[in-house]
Write a protein that binds this ligand. Sequence first.
Ligand code: PLP
Length: 483
Amino acid sequence: MSVVFERSVPGRRGVRLPGCDVPLAEAIPEKCLRERSAELCELSELDVVRHFTGLSRLNFGVDTGFYPLGSCTMKYNPRVSERIAGLAGFSQLHPFLPQLRSGGMLTQGALQLLYELEHVLCEITGMEAFTLQPLAGAHGELTGMMLIAAYHRDKGNRRQTVLIPDEAHGTNPSSAAITGYRTVPVPTDTTSGRLDLEALEALIDDETAAIMLTNPNTLGIFNSDIERVVELAHARDALVYYDGANLNAILGKFRPGDAGIDVMHVNVHKTCATPHGGGGPGAGPVGVRKHLVPFLPISRIQKRQDNSYMLDYDQPKSIGYVAPFYGNFSILVRAYAYIKLLGGEGLVEVSENAVLNANYVMQALKERYALPYDRTCMHECVLSASRQAEKGVHAIDIAKALIDRGYHPPTVYFPLIVKEAMMIEPTETESKETLDAFISAMLEIADEAEQNPDAFAQLPKNAPVCRPDEVKAARDMDVCYDI
Ligand SMILES: *Cc1c(COP(=O)(O)O)cnc(C)c1O
């Protein structure tokens, strides 16, 4: 593959602009003119189409193959959501359009959609209110931690620390630290795979601002002690943050709000099948219980008595804006469409099938790969390449072997508490045939690891980029391309 500039041929054109049919503006002042030509690519339309189609084929996505990247919930993004988000009434809205009814009819539908999405998220999670502003899961965490800080400040509580289980996603400690808290890890019980309650009890004190909890946790295990955790925290006026990234496993089965959770976020690109982008655009709505509502970001969407909608900025205790305008509107439209498309029963089926698929894969592979926590899993299972590692074939080598077979690898080396971890999340949108083919590939790889472990060092052989020196790539990165 070349870069597009290498294909440039002087004088070649893709489009020809029509002759100018309006009077020319006065001459541009000399000092504003460029000194050198812009050196743009000169290409035909076909050159451009071939170049970018070629690039797109080097990429891997849910639309091209199975993508069991644990914790990321890489499920199929239904096309109907794209169609709906593309409707002109949504896609052509400008954030400065008037929101009030007098002349504001253009935005009433958009406000209604946001209002209803907030409320349906409340229904799914049992929380009191939602803000749709945060732009990703991690941004939702940061918003949640800011709400917790605002709560303690308002009460005059002096709190310094946030307790975080050692299996948590790395964004949890980051979000707490950026908010200004010191983070304290809480160990996981090595037999149950759940938070060690005794250790937690010993660690909670009058400096604890919050506990951050992921449930099901990153080992794919549901923590049924959650109410006890909440009780322990609330007894010290510490709040409980629920990382809702794994909501896909519990839709219609368990509502964090019912367990007394104070704040949570939802990753709509995981649960509601909105596209995952390279860092965006995303959305990470945050839900809170009653005592945190006054601190939510502005603006809040309110419904008036005459059933019209308005944006309310009069929230004196609000933490302010966490994103420009109203969040990633078009992503929120897709999330709304997805929820409406499936309805209550459909969402329950999503979770049931996600959990069934993960258990199916786990059962099929546990003979050949170590299973550190051998119990029914939720939407993902964590295996380990520890047995293969004895022969010199590590989780990363198995990942490369999967790439050669046309699969996106699972998440490897996370959670950190499992050696040689391979975290597999099939999601509910995959068929049994796909799961069976993936299982066969994994079993074949296990055979090869026994018979020919040395061959793995050369993999992948079929990928556009083969085996870069990962240490050099991290420490001595050079992303310049010399033509
Ligand atoms: C994905 C994920 C996050 C972070 O969400 P982003 O939307 O990627 O910022 C946080 N916690 C867990 C458990 C996750 O899986």
